[in-house]
Design a protein around this ligand. Sequence first.
Ligand SMILES: [Fe+2]
Length: 294
Amino acid sequence: MVPSFAGGRADQIRARLEGSAYPREKIDKYCRLVERIEKELLPHEVIVNNRYTRWFESGDFDATELRHFVTQFSVFSNFFIVAQLLKTINAPTLEAMHASKEILMNELGVVFRNPEKKQQTEEEVEAEGTVNGSTFRFSSAHFEWLLRMATHLGLEFKDLGKRRHGTPTTLFFCDELARIYGAEDTSTALGASFAVENWAAAGFWKELIRGLTVFKERECPNLPLGFFTWHDMVEDQHARHTWDELEEEFFAHDKVDEDKFIQGGVEMLDGVLAFWNGLNDDRLARETSHRAAS
Ligand SMILES: [Fe+2]
């Protein structure tokens, strides 16, 4: 058997970049950043051990729990738009502004258009493509997908998406998104974006979908899950590119401050964790009070 080369990601990247036109100093800097990401960002609790989504996956929850979850998710979903707008405004280059606007406009209801397909029907929802030259529809806003799902659970527009509906931990997460993901400082914002992408790619959409499918089959056969299945589909495609994108961004910018990048990433993940731990504490508190009542 040929022993496999057990070099880390940084070693592999160094070997690949050594023959490139990039200056050695910059390659060293990038490899150092990669090492720190693997040590300080990726093992974060919210990436490796999200207790709420792991529990949720079983589908062992009632409609009250699901209403609480959907309400908190609707607040995050709405305030993500604020953070994405800030990210767009603070974009360091025109290309970065365009990339940011793709996400912002799609979130608001401009469907991705696949330039290779001539005609796209209203029902076709692309997970890739561009908003440029595409069509806006109120009904394609991600918030409205969530609203349509929520109406099957007895929730209405007035029950969703506002600050007043958020718990303190949900609001903390939303505010951290605006502060860090939407930061003016490019290194901080880059770290936060990379962290958020790796959290999203870690599989929590699939855990949610599995739990929701169990609930749907058991209690609510018409429950539309499009909001969750679509995001999972996008994530699957995106997860393959996060490292390539980081490399591109790193070498496109004159100065990426390693400390600010890592700090932005860690603080952002702490914000994400606060959101999920808040939900987990809420459901544990509900279980305890149920037990006390029975
Ligand atoms: Fe979305």
